[in-house]
Design a protein around this ligand. Structure first.
Ligand code: 9MJ
Length: 672
C-alpha cells in the first residue's frame, strides 16, 4: 500500500527539523532544544520509517550507521590532489615564508592570510552530490585514499545533506576528523575497563576509529570534524579562504570558530601566540597554526612544490616530545591498589617543564612498548596529563638493558600482587592494610571535591599513616590539636586550624560523602546520581545490584563495586564511625532530579580553573543535565571563567551573558 502523503510530509518535516537542530548544535554551536527533545524527534522518525520502509533514504538522519560491516576499504582516486603542508619552526621561518610568498608575487605590502589552528587528526575528503553525502575518503598518499564512507557517516557533526538554497551540484569538502581530549580520555578509560588496548594519542584513536570495518564500532567513538579546504566543486563558491569558511558554514559544514583572517606577518605571529596560549585549554589537540594566503587567485599564482602548496605553511608549536634515558622502573600503588609502572628518567626539559618521571600505564603497555631499564625513550607531555613514555628508540638499545618484571609482592606492604584474567591492571591485594592504598584513600577522602578538609595535604597524611595515628577516614575526626601539633612542620596554630577545618568538613553533602568513600568506579557524577536516586545513604547501603543498576549510568560493574563495598564489614564500621563523629548532610530533595537540575542551561568554559580540570567541570555540568558548548552566544546561560580567560570573556560581557568565577561555579554545582 502506498504511504499517504501526510505521512510522507510528516517524515520530511521531522528530517528537516532534525537536520536543522544538528546544524544549530554542531555548526552554530547554539542549540535551541534540549537533547531529550532531539532524541524524541529521532525516535518518532525511526518509528515512522519502521512502519513505512519505502520512505527510508540513505540521507535520513536515522541512517548514519549501516547495517553490515564492510569487507575492506576500496581505493578512491582524488580528482584534485589532497595537499600536505610545509612546516615552519619558530618566528624566523614564519617570516621567511611570508617573504618568499611576497617575492614570488612581487608584492611589497602586507598580505592577508587565513589563520587556523592545526588539528592533529586525519585529513578527509567528503563528496556531496546534489547536496547528499555520497563518499568519504582518507587522504592516503594525496592522490589515492581509502573509502571510509560507512564510518564517516556515523560522525554526528558530518551532515548527510547540505543546507541552504545554494547547494552546488558537486562539492568536495575537505577537513580534519579528530577526537577531542575528553572523548579520547573516556575512550581509553573504557578500553582499559574492558581490558582492551589503549590508544597512544587522539590522532591514533581517530585513525583507528575510522579504519574500522564495522561502522557500529565507529559510531561509538567520539569523533568530530572541522572543514577547511575545497576539492572538486561545480561552481565558484568563494574567492578567498575566508569566504570559503563562510560558505562552508552556510552549507552546514562545521568550521573552526577560532579561524580568522590576519594581515601581515606581525598579525600572523600574534595569532600564533594567542593560539599557543590557548592550546592547553582547547578541547582538542593541536600541533600548530596553519596560515594560508587568503586570496585564491594569489594561491593559484603561487602553485605547489611537490605535494605542498607554496601558499600555506604550518607553523608548528615546540615539540612536546623529547628523548631521554630510563634509569629505573618502579611501581606505584594507587588508591585501589593498582600497580602503575613508572619510569624514572634522566631529567629532560619537555615543552618548558623538567620531566624526571613518566608513566608506563600498566604491564600490557610496558610489554607492548618493550621498555627496558637503560633504554633511550621518547617521552611526551601533553596538557595537564602525566608525562608518558611513547616509545623506545630501539636502534640505540644497549646490550646491558634490563627487562622489567611485575613484582610478585607489593613494594609497599608486601601483600600478594594479583592480576585478574583479562585485566591490564595488576593490584596489590593488601587493601587498606597497604599503607600506600591507605594514604591514597585518605588523600581522596580529604580532597576538595570530596570532604574538602582544608590544610590536610599529602605530606601530613603520610606522617599520620606512617606514625600509625590514622588508619581510616574515621580516625581523622578523633585527632586533636595536641597530637597534630607534634607532627613535623606543624605549629600549634596550624594544628588548631586543621582541627577546625576537619570539624567544618563534617557538614557535607551526600554526594561528596559517597564520592569521598572512594568506592571503585564511583566518581563525582555517579555519587551524585546515586544520592539523587536513593535520597539517602541507608537505601544505597542496602540496595541489591539490580536496584543499583536502575540508577542512570550505573552499569553492572559499578553496581557490583558499590554493593561489594557496603557488604564489607570493615567499611560498614568506618561509615558508622564517621556518622558517629558527626558527619552529616542536608536532606536531598528527591524531587529535584540531579540529571535535570541544569537542563536547558548551556555553559561555556574559558581559562584554567585552579581546583578542577576542564573535563571534571564539563562532567559536573553534564551530570546535572547542562550542556557545554565551545563558544559564547546570546543563548549561553553562563560563562565559567578561570585564570587567563580568552576572548570569550569579552564576548560574554558584550552579550550580557552572566560570568561565574570558579568559586561561584563551585557553589552552583554543589547546590545539587
Ligand atoms: C589542519 N590539519 O588543521 C589544513 N589543517 O589545508 C588545516 N590542514 C590543510 N588546514 C590544506 N587547518 C592542506 C592541509
Amino acid at each position: 500500500m502506498a504511504t499517504s502523503s501526510n505521512i510522507r510530509n510528516k517524515v520530511q518535516s521531522l528530517r528537516d527539523a532534525l537536520n536543522q537542530h544538528n546544524y544549530r548544535y554542531y555548526v552554530l554551536d547554539d542549540p535551541d532544544i534540549p537533547d531529550a527533545e532531539y532524541d524524541r524527534l529521532m525516535r518518532e522518525l525511526e518509528e515512522l520509517e519502521k512502519a513505512h520502509p519505502d520512505l527510508v533514504v540513505p540521507e535520513s538522519p536515522t541512517q548514519r550507521v549501516g547495517a553490515e560491516p564492510v569487507k575492506g576499504f576500496r581505493e578512491v582516486k582524488h580528482s584534485v590532489p589532497m595537499l600536505s603542508l610545509a612546516n615552519a619552526f619558530g618566528a624566523d621561518e614564519l617570516s621567511d615564508f611570508d617573504k618568499r610568498v611576497r617575492e614570488r608575487l612581487s608584492f611589497s605590502g602586507q598580505l592577508d592570510y587565513f589563520a587556523e589552528p592545526k588539528l592533529d587528526g586525519l585529513a578527509i575528503s567528503l563528496r556531496y552530490e546534489k547536496g547528499t553525502l555520497v563518499q568519504a575518503a582518507t587522504r592516503g598518499d594525496g592522490s589515492r585514499g581509502e573509502d571510509v564512507t560507512h564510518n564517516v557517516r556515523t560522525i554526528s557533526s558530518v551532515p548527510l545533506k547540505l543546507q541552504g538554497s545554494r547547494v552546488p551540484d558537486l562539492l568536495e569538502a575537505r577537513g580534519e576528523v579528530f577526537m577531542d581530549k575528553a572523548g579520547f580520555k573516556a575512550l581509553n578509560n573504557s578500553m582499559s575497563e574492558s581490558g582492551g588496548k589503549q590508544f597512544m594519542n587522539p590522532r591514533n584513536a581517530a585513525a583507528g576509529s575510522l579504519r574500522q570495518l564495522d561502522p557500529r564500532l565507529t559510531a561509538e567513538r567520539p569523533l568530530a570534524i572541522y572543514f577547511y579546504a575545497l576539492g572538486e566543486c561545480s561552481e565558484s563558491l568563494a574567492k578567498t579562504q575566508e569566504e570559503l569558511n563562510k560558505a562552508f558554514r552556510t552549507l552546514g559544514l562545521r568550521v573552526n570558530p577560532a579561524a580568522r583572517r590576519v594581515t601581515g606577518v606581525s598579525e600572523c605571529s600574534a595569532f600564533y601566540d594567542e593560539i599557543a596560549e590557548r592550546r592547553e585549554s582547547l578541547a582538542y589537540e593541536i600541533d600548530g597554526v596553519v596560515f594560508k594566503v587568503n586570496d585564491f587567485e594569489l594561491q593559484k599564482k603561487l602553485g605547489f612544490v611537490s605535494r605542498a602548496p607554496r601558499w600555506a605553511i604550518a607553523a608548528k608549536f615546540p615539540a612536546h616530545e623529547e628523548m631521554t634515558r630510563v634509569r629505573d622502573v618502579e611501581f606505584q600503588v594507587g588508591r585501589t591498589g593498582a600497580l602503575t609502572p613508572v619510569a624514572r628518567l634522566e631529567p629532560v626539559v619537555v615543552g618548558g617543564v623538567t620531566v624526571s618521571n613518566a608513566t608506563l600505564h600498566n604491564m600490557d603497555e610496558l610489554k607492548r612498548k618493550d621498555v627496558r631499564i637503560g633504554d633511550l625513550v621518547v617521552i611526551r607531555r601533553a596538557g595537564d596529563v602525566i608525562p608518558e613514555v611513547v616509545s623506545v628508540v630501539k636502534t640505540k638499545r644497549r646490550k646491558n638493558v634490563k627487562k622489567v618484571q611485575l613484582p610478585a609482592r607489593c613494594p609497599v606492604c608486601d601483600s600478594e600482587v594479583v592480576r585478574m584474567d583479562g585485566e591490564a591492571v595488576a593490584r596489590c591485594a593488601g587493601g587498606l592494610y597497604c599503607k600506600a592504598q591507605r594514604k591514597q584513600a585518605l588523600k581522596h577522602f580529604a580532597s576538595r571535591r570530596a570532604m574538602d578538609i582544608d590544610g590536610l595535604g599529602e605530606k601530613l597524611i603520610e606522617q599520620l599513616v606512617d606514625r600509625e595515628l590514622v588508619e581510616n577516614p574515621a580516625d581523622l575526626y578523633a585527632l586533636n590539636a595536641e597530637t597534630l601539633a607534634d607532627l613535623d612542620r606543624m605549629a600549634a596554630k596550624s594544628a588548631q586550624n586543621l582541627v577546625a577545618s576537619m570539624d567544618k568538613s563534617k557538614q557535607t553533602t551526600l554526594p561528596r560523602f559517597l564520592f569521598g568513600l572512594g568506592i571503585r568506579e564511583v566518581g563525582e557524577a555517579t555519587a551524585l546520581a546515586l544520592a539523587m536516586h536513593f535520597g539517602d545513604l541507608d537505601p544505597i547501603m542496602q540496595a541489591a545490584t539490580d536496584e543499583l543498576e536502575k540508577v542512570p549510568d550505573v552499569g553492572p560493574v559499578v553496581a557490583r563495586h558499590v554493593h561489594q563495598f557496603f557488604a564489607e564489614q570493615h567499611n560498614l564500621e568506618v561509615v558508622a564511625k564517621l556518622l558517629k563523629a558527626g558527619v552529616t548532610w542536608p536532606e536531598i530533595a528527591k524531587t529535584v532530579s540531579a540529571a535535570t537540575a541544569l537542563q536547558g542551561k548551556s555553559f561555556v568554559l574559558t581559562g584554567a580553573l585552579a581546583n578542577m580540570s576542564r573535563d571534571d567541570a564539563k562532567a559536573a555540568i553534564q551530570g546535572l543535565g547542562g550542556k557545554v558548548t565551545g563558544s559564547v552566544s546570546a543563548k549561553t546561560s553562563y560563562l565559567v571563567c578561570g585564570d587567563k580567560p580568552g576572548s570569550k570573556l569579552e564576548r560574554a560581557r558584550n552579550l550580557g551573558v552572566p560570568v561565574l568565577d570558579e568559586k561561584a561555579f563551585e557553589d552552583l554545582i554543589q547546590r545539587f
